[in-house]
Every structure is written in C-alpha cells, then in structure tokens.
Design a protein around this ligand. Structure first.
Ligand code: ARG
Length: 395
C-alpha cells in the first residue's frame, strides 16, 4: 500500500483527514506532529491518531530547531509583515514542510497531506515548501476537496466513523500558537469593528489589568539573545520566559487588517510579547553599532524578507541570500538593551555595546565637544550645490 505522511494536530480536522484519505485514496496514513510552542500530550496524540485509523505517528519536539533556524534569522531581519506582524505562523509552516518531506522520504511515501483550508496562507507555505524541497511528492489537502460544508457535518462524519471528538468546548476562534507568538482568527473577530473580547487572548494579560512597571534587560551576543535580566538562558527558554514576563503587561498584542497571499483581506489578532521585545531590542543595538547606510539599506530588505516569508518562499535562493546578508554583520551585535515594562508597552530606556560607534564627544553640546563645526560649512555648500535657486517658484 502506498503511504501518505499527514501533518497531524490531533484536532477534528486532521483526525477526519486520516479516515477520509484512507477511504478516498486507499493510502496508509502516517501521522506527523511537531511541537513548536504548545506541548500536547504525546499519549493522547498517539491515541487520537490510532483511533482515526493511522498505524504510525512521528511526534517531534522541534522548538530548538525552530528557534535557531527560523526565528533567529527572522529576528535578524526584523521581519514584520506589513510592518506589524512578527510572523510566528509564517515561520512555523516551512519547518513543518521540511519535516513532512524528511519523513516522507524516510517512509518512502509518495504523498504528503495537510489540514489547511483553501482560503489561508498556510496551505501556500506548506505546499510551496514541499514542492520546493521535493517535487516528486504529491500533495493531498482534504479540506479543499471534501464534501463537508460545516463543522457539524464533520462531527457527524467523525461520530459515524468512531473518530474521537474532543469533549471540551471548541474555542470559537482559530488559534495557531508557537513560541514566537499566537495568531487568533474567526468568530466575532471577522467583523473588523468588533473589539477582540478578553477571552480571545491566550498568552497575554490585558493592559487594563496590568499594574505598575518593571525594568527588563536583554543581552545579545553576536546577534543572539543570551540573557534576560542578567540571567543566562538558552534561546527557547529565554523566548518562553519573555513571553510570560512581557505578556503580563499586555505587551505584544496586535489587532490588524492583513493582506493574505490569496487576495483576501483578513482581520487578525496576534500576541507576540517576546517577538515584540526582542525585535525592538535588536533594532536598538543595531542603531548603536551599525552605520547609517547599512541601517537604511536594511529597512528595505527587511520588508522584502517579510513578504517572502509570508508568501511561503522560505526555501528559495532570494530568501537564503537575504539571510546571508542579515547574518553578515551579526558578529558585531553584542550588548544590552534596557526596557521599562508598563501596562501595554515596553519602553526602551537604555542601550550599550562594546561595539557601539556612538560618540558622546561628537554628539555633546557641552565643552567636551570634539566636532569640527567649521567643517559643516563646506559640507553644506557642496551638499546643496545642485539645488541652489531651484526651490518652489523658480526654475
Ligand atoms: N494570518 C497569519 C499568517 O498567515 C496567521 C495564520 C493563522 N493560522 C491559523 N491556522 N489560525 O501567518
């Protein structure tokens, strides 16, 4: 029997996918679950996969790989889609695509499958990721093909086929979570005018409930965040601890209208406290360390990078070339950034680095001033030369 490797979450959709693929394609279904943020119970996942009709399941903790190979390059690129969204979900999908391919090759499966819908970005990221890495694999996406028109019909199918349906009340939202952030969609959020209710958030506390303020420091070594409040930590625990710390102040909440790859505008609610703080901190250090031309050039590339990642083009030569560009100067990015956490925001209050090119002697307005004021005259004369007399009203 030919095999398919299915990206399996243990939820209703992917459980129904197992049975539906077996019936429609006559394939043996191997499941694959990745932990990149939410730690589910391995035993329960195994049981659910088996009950749905899958004989084999791979469960892999990929948080470290995710942090090192996906989050870190995006942090170096200051990747925020449309200038806002720090891209947790967009970064998670290529990792899943990579492992789907790896397992399919190991299992000698001709197919891979996923439970994404036809309206979202995730199908694009998974499918483009898979075909970029291994064009010989065929892709099955039951949610785009099957007959169920509603969740109720899916539940009926599950019950009729003895597929376990979780007893807990399903959240009215579609939530995707990993260590870099949480994406919340659907339900009442589909009306862009409706304020996100408190129960839509899963990671952060509302700023109205946060009290007081506290100081937070983040240390970087060669571009990598290594300490939180002076305490050395590996990247994954550091991100997780920062999510809790900054999340208590409601830092990193975001409510935006976003342009999807497939042309739809969607209203998205995000929580990404660690991403918000770390991207800001990294930007602050670079502002201190890198020269103006490099900093300004980076901004344009940063937008391009975010677009590529959002559009599912992770494993492409341009994305890899941009990674090399952003990595090139990270050896210099060592130092400390200090914040004050306040309800709803993280305010930068200081930054320092052994590689800083900030010069107090040049910047000062005091007697210590070392700047050559007269040199400014010659500079301005030549700088403005091409435009002399060419202002409004003259030609
Ligand atoms: N709009 C975000 C993105 O495309 C989040 C997608 C969330 N996915 C989900 N299955 N809830 O990256």
């Amino acid at each position: 029997m030919d095999k398919v490797v299915l990206a399996f979450s243990g939820g209703l959709d992917t459980s129904c996918c197992v049975k539906w693929i077996r019936d429609h394609y006559g394939l043996e279904v191997v499941c694959f679950s990745a932990f990149i943020g939410e730690v589910s119970d391995k035993g329960i996942l195994r049981k659910r996969a088996r009950a749905a009709g899958s004989e084999k399941i791979y469960i892999e903790d990929l948080k470290e790989e995710f942090a090192r190979d996906f989050v870190l390059p995006a942090l170096w690129a200051h990747a925020r889609y449309e200038g806002k969204y720090p891209m947790a979900t967009s970064l998670g999908r290529p990792l899943i695509a990579k492992h789907l391919v790896k397992i399919a090759q190991k299992e000698k499966a001709a197919y891979v499958a996923h439970g994404c819908t036809g309206k979202g970005n995730d199908q694009v990221r998974l499918e483009v990721g898979v075909t970029t890495l291994d064009p010989s694999l065929k892709i099955i996406a039951p949610l785009k093909d099957w007959e169920f028109k509603s969740r109720e019909e899916e539940i009926e199918y599950a019950l009729a086929n003895k597929i376990p349906v979780a007893v807990t009340k399903k959240s009215p939202y579609s939530i995707d979570k990993n260590i870099w952030g949480v994406a919340i969609e659907a339900g009442v959020l589909e009306d862009p005018w409706t304020e996100a209710p408190a129960d839509a958030y899963v990671l952060t506390r509302g700023s109205e409930k946060a009290k007081g303020s506290r100081t937070l420091t983040v240390d970087f070594e060669k571009g990598v965040p290594v300490k939180l409040n002076g305490k050395r930590m590996a990247l994954v625990p550091l991100i997780e601890a920062l999510n809790v710390l900054a999340g208590k102040f409601g830092v990193g909440r975001l409510d935006m209208i976003e342009n999807r790859v497939v042309g739809i505008k969607s209203r998205e609610v995000y929580e990404a406290p660690a991403a918000e703080v770390l991207i800001r901190a990294h930007e602050e250090l670079e502002d201190l360390i890198l020269d103006r031309e490099l900093l300004h050039y980076k901004r344009a590339l940063s937008d391009k990078y975010a677009d590529l990642v959002y559009y599912g083009l992770w494993f492409t030569p341009l994305k890899e070339s941009l990674d090399a560009f952003f990595a090139q100067h990270q050896g210099l990015i060592t130092g400390t950034v200090r914040f004050r956490l306040e309800p709803g925001r993280a305010v930068v209050t200081g930054r320092k680095s052994p590689n800083s090119i900030y010069s107090e002697e040049l910047a000062t307005y005091s007697a210590k001033d070392a700047f050559d004021h007269k040199a400014a005259n010659g500079f301005i004369k030549l700088w403005g030369l091409p435009y002399v007399g060419r202002g409004k009203g003259k030609s």
